[in-house]
Design a protein around this ligand. Structure first.
Ligand code: DAH
Length: 360
């Protein structure tokens, strides 16, 4: 028995001292493996007398179970310790702010387009669209600009290439958003209230002109629409867009083939200290073209000019963006310079509000 007692102490001590899984396994093999010390002892039971076998057998079984349990316990303790050690190293502070990710910005043209759409939506205008490659009928003829009209030359039009022998009518890169007036009239008839933001193209390049730029067209047709409605709508728009309570617009008689009468609209402003302020000062700045839709244009859009009349206007989005956000050179809009985009761009969540005045 004292023999077993010695074995017990030896193995329990070895198990306790085992520092890793491999060491524990070594002890297990030495004690309980096929040729382990305790296993070999059990094999000697056969040679014993029945009484001896009973007492020694029971003691050996108990010893084997105890060693087995001690090995399991040690394994578990080692696994726990290893996990605890890993957890100590691998913890994270979930309250840390996230790593900054490179975020893009909203281009001033997109921002201003959204602002314009939001303001006119509040005034009851919906958004209409048309193609950028347009037939010359929509871009010119339907807008009362016949083939040899001088206005066609003024537009510096890009014509689409035609293969030799292809005599389909010519197509152009639209020179303005006005053709969307015709498309919207055809699609919806009267009454109608739409704005049409989009890209337009002219062969022109300097500080305030680029071959591609952006316009918004406006069109409102009803039975009794007058210049007064045009004036109110544009004033309300400018007040909201420039975020000033007092705007003063000046309607200057002008000429566009698609409107009669036609007016160019200037806004009162000051350039004091090189900074533009809208609504004060002694300067006037032209911001858009407008007028009452010409009867021939209504007809081209399939609307009876004896029954309906309306106003239209067209303004340059890029121009308004330059003015509102103090951006000096139009060409920089389209150079994709990341430093410029970071400086003049907007955060994605800067959702345009109903800039002052409209949201009552
Ligand atoms: N389409 C004209 C242009 O690009 C702008 C314009 C003037 C549009 C008068 C209109 C308008 O709807 O009534 O120069």
């Amino acid at each position: 028995m004292s023999d077993l007692q010695a074995l017990r102490e030896k193995y329990l001590a070895q198990i306790e001292a085992a520092e890793d899984e491999a060491a524990v396994e070594k002890v297990r093999i030495a004690a309980l493996g096929k040729k382990g010390e305790i296993s070999l002892k059990m094999r000697t039971l056969g040679k014993m007398s029945p009484e001896e076998r009973r007492t020694v057998g029971a003691a050996l079984n108990a010893l084997r179970d105890e060693i087995d349990a001690a090995i399991r316990a040690r394994r578990e303790a080692l696994a726990d310790a290893a996990l605890a050690k890993r957890l100590e190293k691998e913890w994270l502070d979930v309250t840390l702010p996230a790593r900054p990710r490179p975020a893009g910005t909203v281009h001033p043209v997109s921002q201003v387009t959204e602002e314009i759409v939001a303001i006119f939506a509040e005034l009851g205008f919906s958004v209409a669209e048309g193609p950028q490659v347009e037939s010359d009928w929509y871009n010119f003829d339907a807008l009362n600009i016949p083939p040899h009209h001088p206005a066609r030359q003024e537009f510096d039009t890009f014509y689409m290439h035609r293969a030799e022998g292809d005599d389909r009518p010519p197509h152009v890169l639209r020179t303005h958003t006005s053709p969307v007036q015709i498309r919207a009239m055809e699609a919806h008839g009267a009454p109608i209230r739409i704005i049409a933001p989009g890209r337009v193209y002219r062969s022109d390049y300097d500080q305030t002109h680029t071959p591609m730029f952006h316009q918004v067209e406006g069109l409102a047709i009803d039975r009794d629409i007058s210049m007064a409605n045009l004036k109110w709508t544009l004033e309300e728009f400018c007040r909201a867009f420039f975020e000033v309570d007092h705007v003063e617009l000046r309607f200057r008689a002008s000429h566009f083939p698609f409107t009669e009468p036609s007016a160019e609209v200037d806004i009162r402003c000051s350039w004091e200290g090189g900074q533009l302020k809208v609504g004060e000062g002694d300067d006037w700045m032209e911001i858009l073209g407008s007028g009452m839709v010409h009867p021939k244009v209504l007809e081209a859009g399939g609307i009876d000019p004896n029954e309906w009349q309306g106003f239209a206007f067209g303004l340059g989005i890029d121009r308004l963006a330059m003015l509102k956000y103090g951006i000096p050179d139009l060409r920089s809009f389209f150079e994709s310079d990341l430093r410029w985009l970071k400086h003049y761009g907007f955060a994605a969540l800067d959702i345009p509000t109903l800039h002052g005045g409209l949201g009552r």
